[in-house]
Design a protein around this ligand. Sequence first.
Ligand code: FES
Length: 100
Amino acid sequence: MIEVCSLNDLPENEIVKKEIENHSIILIKKNEKIYAVENLCSHMSYPLDDGELEDFEIECLYHAARFDIRDGSAKCLPATEPIKTYETQIKNNKVFIEIT
Ligand code: FES
């Protein structure tokens, strides 16, 4: 796993974009848990970090597809394919991510 940042660097319920080993990744802290998804909409490959977060769903700014940040599943059209999610861990107040 790769160390990404300190847990305190991530504000609660905000979309934070990080470049990690040539991957553009969105990190979201919710209730002391970290969710990580690829910063790439499965509809037309626009970035998702311009979008809005509501509860556990991120909405793409471009055509309003929504994805669940817990499993990457597409929740509404025009997206039909999921987005990639990454495993995360918190150890000693640091955030780690598994890049696969
Ligand atoms: S690029 Fe995201 S909904 Fe179209």
